[in-house]
Design a protein around this ligand. Structure first.
Ligand code: SF4
Length: 250
């Protein structure tokens, strides 16, 4: 029997190793400068910005309606997570009947709830307003206290409430940081910060004293009507040449 000899199988030519494909790079989101990378404003630039705000609106006013420090305090407590317009709608009738702590207590929690039921969290807020009215009467002789610690000790009142009341009722140079001021402070680079307190302290540090009485309102109004959250109106912005926001549209 013939011997079958098998030819050795031809050796396969070594397959060159495939180079790993470079991963497809995802389109990058526009690089945002970190808070630290933003060039700080010079004192002259800050002065210029607030001079422009002052020229455009020498006596800016807050939009929360009130008739005295007590009603201002109540309006600010009611405004947490609500719009000023929504609060005003409810407080116009309320302050007709209850513009002092005693009248608020006389009105009582149940009837107060009826007045403010269009405002978010109205049950908790009604409870707080009655409790703060009682405390203002029993501990402060019926007058809204004038120190931060005392205002913050009132039910429903926090740091922002104290800053608004101290500024608007008593003319102190405080800086209340709401959502608008927080955004403007960060975007412009005037006072970048991760928390409202950081922005508050940063703004207090850079804004000259001559502007501090109205600075809070100028920044709120700027955020509410110009530096809007979704579509800032950079083209009509008074400080668009000074603003450090990398995504500004001018
Ligand atoms: S330029 Fe634009 S982003 Fe900067 S403050 Fe003005 S509106 Fe805001």
């Amino acid at each position: 029997m013939a011997k079958i000899t098998r030819k050795p199988a031809p050796r396969k030519a070594p397959v060159p190793k495939k180079k790993a494909k470079p991963a497809i790079a995802k389109p990058k989101a526009p690089a945002k400068k970190s808070l630290k990378a933003i060039r700080p404003w010079t004192p002259a630039e800050v002065h210029e910005a607030f001079s422009r705000f002052r020229k455009a609106n020498p006596e800016p006013k807050g939009e929360l309606e009130h008739v005295n420090p007590f009603t201002l305090l109540v309006a600010v407590v009611l405004s947490a997570q609500a719009t000023d317009a929504g609060v005003n709608k409810a407080t116009r009738a309320l302050f007709e009947v209850a513009d002092t702590p005693q009248k608020m207590l006389d009105l009582g929690e149940e009837r107060l709830r009826e007045y403010i039921k269009t405002i978010g969290l109205y049950r908790t807020k009604a409870r707080n307003v009655i409790a703060l009215s009682a405390k203002v009467l029993s501990e402060f002789g019926g007058e809204v206290p004038r120190t931060r610690a005392e205002i913050e000790s009132l039910p429903g009142a926090g740091r922002k409430t104290a800053n608004v009341v101290l500024n608007m009722a008593f003319g102190e140079h405080t800086m209340a940081v709401d959502t608008h001021v927080f955004r403007v402070g960060n975007r412009t680079g005037l006072a970048p910060g991760k928390t409202p307190l950081e922005v508050e302290l940063g703004l207090e540090k850079v804004i000259p004293a001559e502007f501090m009485l109205h600075a809070h309102h100028w920044l709120i109004l700027h955020g509410r009507y110009t530096c809007l959250a979704r579509r800032p109106r950079c083209e009509v912005c008074l400080i668009n040449d000074l603003c450090r926001w990398p995504e500004k549209t001018v």
